[in-house]
Design a protein around this ligand. Sequence first.
Ligand SMILES: Nc1nc2c(ncn2[C@@H]2O[C@H](COP(=O)(O)OP(=O)(O)OP(=O)(O)O)[C@@H](O)[C@H]2O)c(=O)[nH]1
Ligand SMILES: [Mg+2]
Length: 367
Amino acid sequence: MGSDPMLRAALIGFPSSGKTTLFQLMTSARDAPRGKGDVNIGISKVPDDRLDVLTGMYNPRKRVPATVEFTDLIAPSRTGAQALVDVAGYKNADALVHVVRAFRDPAVPHPSGSIDPARDAQAMEDELILADLGVAERRLERIEKDLKKGKSAELEKERDLVQRCREALEQGQPLRALELTGNDLKLLRGFQFLSAKPLLLVINLDEADVAEVGADVRKAAAKTGLAGFLAHAATRAVALCAKIELEIAQLEAADAQAFLADLGLAESGLDRVIRASYDLLGYISFFTVGEDECRAWSIARGTPAQLAAGEIHSDIARGFIRAEVVAYDALVTRGSMHACKEHGEVRLEGKEHIVQDGDIINFRFAT
Ligand SMILES: Nc1nc2c(ncn2[C@@H]2O[C@H](COP(=O)(O)OP(=O)(O)OP(=O)(O)O)[C@@H](O)[C@H]2O)c(=O)[nH]1
Ligand SMILES: [Mg+2]
């Protein structure tokens, strides 16, 4: 694994909603995108002030942030649920980023003939729900057939879960709203239900509304008629104007900062989208530090130390002895690993230790 980005997010949305503009924004200022089949793939670096502080302390040869991978359809004929079912680069997306058009520009026709963000958000939700309903129904038929051949507790559990899913879907509820956990969640992952995937709504604001709305999602939702949708859809949202953000991203850093400040924005839309995508899955970062490299690693919240070690290298997980762990705040307060040791703030943890966000870890392992 190691260098593989753990989080893959697929851009969906109706034609001309601004997906590719957002994709360019996410990737142009960073690494060049690479094409693969029907999709462009771009890697974005997750902004993290803590990594900057650590880099300042260690002055390493390399600074490696956590990453998120975004995919965009190159020649989209289907841009919603069907793409997620059909297109190779979209099939196993961890999260969906729905770009909702709120910019009015009459020079860019909308396929439905008018600008209505709430309608579009709901229409995409319905697409996802409808696709899932088909999957749930086929799965239930299959389970009933198998149950006739022989009862099993496992199968019955699965049937109950899929039935629950079907009921929710029939009521127009996306599966992500069920907030399943543990085994149920694991079972469900196998089906690749689309409405179960974490969803980030990117409200693509009109240029004229940016100054008024800023980065305030509530204001954006009120302005674009999305407030009701966001209140019940178990969804996160970010508001930005992709076109303006793309222009800003192409400026020199100092000019970009001034431009953002003019618009009343503390952080670029790029950083907000990446961070929101990252947070969406409940991902956290731990760090490895040294003069050679300071690096942020992504893991799901609740990951034990040995599994986290496997992110770096399978050998480290296999030969795992102990994890030396310091909390980020302790290291920054004390100023060095040595000082932390003297104050008893470096803990020796075993395989099962649940890694916390911001932990700085040195894995001891046998080869
Ligand atoms: N005025 C304005 N135009 C925008 C904005 N975002 C995108 N556009 C324009 O809208 C058109 C479509 O944008 P794209 O980013 O190509 O949209 P898309 O969703 O990738 O479209 P398809 O891939 O064809 O489905 C382009 O001409 C963009 O320049 C925006 O925030 N404001
Ligand atoms: Mg496009």
